[in-house]
Design a binder for this molecule. Structure first.
Ligand code: PDD
Length: 282
């Protein structure tokens, strides 16, 4: 495997050289936050938005942000320059640091900062041509899904349920509303209008979601940021999932019901094409 450039506590090294204490609170408690930034042609896509969200996640879990915005930018830029592939997924994780295991915050511990730049996973052509399958699952996550925390157990269990059902993503349903995927946001298209859950504590405010809303505006399409009743999933003309890793994918089945005509829809094609332009133009 080609060397993956990494960063750990102020030093650049290969991923294999990174060593973290088992007492790191990220390991012991999942006491940390993260970001995943896509890089196209050695240019980080929507870097500012990702760094703003990272700073907010750090602040919301009452950790100290060890770097300024420009220090974060430099670190990402350095990793990009060291990587072999021009298309990358830069992963950043910040934990509350290493301390004797005790639930309360440690007094004088500095955060652990880890980052790595892996080659970006290609989106399978078949998923673009044929669309993907979705399943619904009960959302068993906490009440602060707006913070990008490393504790992803409910998301992992949901994703595994999807994979075992032959689907690509699980849609989280809470109190009768369809919120988002295990690692993506959800868009529902009904009667030519687009719906996505509002930015509240029940979803991650996706950067891709925000770009898609901008693109819909540019296309002159009407969109609504509102709670989506679960049964709309079965009445939709189109369903999309969006994320930094998977861009925008059309779903053609949900819980084995066919979505629309059973092929990626016209609106998806338009928005997907605009997204591809935006990736290189940002
Ligand atoms: N996940 N919702 C959840 C729960 C997510 O984990 C993600 C992203 C998104 C989409 O956010 P964005 O468009 O900013 O990537 C929505 C990343 C990719 C991950 O966990 O790897």
């Amino acid at each position: 495997m080609a060397q993956v450039p990494a960063f750990l506590n102020d030093a650049y090294m290969s991923l294999e050289a990174c060593r973290i204490s088992p007492l790191d609170r990220g390991f012991i408690f999942g006491d940390g936050v993260y970001e995943l930034i896509p890089v196209y042609g050695r240019k980080a896509f929507c870097l500012q938005q990702h760094l703003v969200r990272l700073a907010r996640s750090i602040e919301q879990v009452r950790m100290h942000n060890p770097y300024t915005q420009s220090q974060w930018e430099d670190m990402v830029e350095n990793l990009i320059q060291q990587a072999i592939s021009p298309d990358l997924a830069v992963y950043i994780q910040v934990t509350r640091g290493v301390a004797t295991r005790d639930h309360g915050f440690p007094e004088s511990t500095s955060p652990t900062v880890f980052a790595m730049a892996n080659p970006l996973m290609e989106i399978p052509n078949e998923q673009l041509q044929k669309g993907v399958a979705l399943v619904t699952v009960d959302d068993i996550r906490w009440q602060r899904c707006d913070i990008k925390v490393v504790d992803l157990l409910p998301n992992i269990l949901a994703k595994q349920d999807a994979l075992q059902a032959g689907a690509a993503e699980a849609i989280m349903v809470r109190d009768g509303f369809a919120l988002e995927g295990s690692s993506s946001n959800l868009f529902v298209i009904r009667k030519g209008e687009v719906y996505t859950h509002p930015k509240d504590n029940l979803i991650l405010p996706g950067i891709t979601r925000e770009i898609i809303l901008e693109l819909l505006g540019a296309l002159g399409l009407k969109f609504h940021e509102q709670a989506i009743p679960e049964n709309w999933l079965y009445l939709a003309d189109e369903l999309w999932i969006t994320s930094s890793a998977r861009e925008i994918l059309a779903a053609t089945t949900i819980d084995q019901h066919t979505v629309g005509d059973g092929v990626p829809g016209k609106l998806w094609k338009d928005v997907y094409a605009l997204y591809q332009q935006r990736k290189v133009g940002d």
